[in-house]
Design a protein around this ligand. Structure first.
Ligand SMILES: [Cu+2]
Length: 161
């Protein structure tokens, strides 16, 4: 996502660069006059893309989902498919947590999940659920991510009240 965001930024700058280069062209090559409306359209299109992606970045994050407690364990299923759903998990401090990763995505990128703060590394098998258990002992936000750190999620540990 970040990449395509930068790409569209680059496109904007590239299209802005076009006109000075054309002015320099020799008499042999007659300058192609692009209609202003077309250039405007391209620029506006690009700006629209940037806006849309910026919006996606800021606001489309899934809401935090609270793990449900049964028999003293806070448990939640996380679907691994082009990322993690949900990617923001709320748990209580000092109570065991079990996260069940269901991997639906065949890409090797997502075959590993690392929870560095809890010293956990999981190998996920396709179409199977792999569980991890840990007990958070400090409030805070702890990220988990794929083997190459391209997809991320966060475990938010809150003081229980
Ligand atoms: Cu990855």
């Amino acid at each position: 996502m970040l990449f395509s965001f930068l790409l569209s930024l680059g496109l904007i700058f590239a299209s802005a660069q076009v006109s000075p280069a054309q002015v320099k062209s020799t008499s042999k090559f007659s300058r192609i006059e692009q209609p202003l409306s077309l250039r405007l359209l391209v620029t506006l299109g690009g700006l629209g893309l940037i806006g849309a992606e910026g919006w996606w970045f800021l606001f489309s994050k899934t809401k935090s989902q609270r793990a449900s407690t049964s028999q003293g364990i806070q448990e939640l299923e996380i679907v691994v498919d082009g990322g993690y759903t949900p990617d923001s998990i709320l748990v209580n401090l000092g109570q065991p947590v079990r996260l069940n990763f269901l991997r639906k995505d065949p890409s090797s990128c997502l075959e590993k999940v690392l929870l560095p703060d809890f010293h956990k590394a999981l190998d996920l098998q396709l179409n199977k659920t792999t569980s991890v258990e840990f007990t958070p002992t400090q409030a805070g936000e702890y990220t988990f991510h794929c083997g190459m750190n391209m997809f991320r999620g966060v475990v938010k540990v809150q003081e229980s009240n």
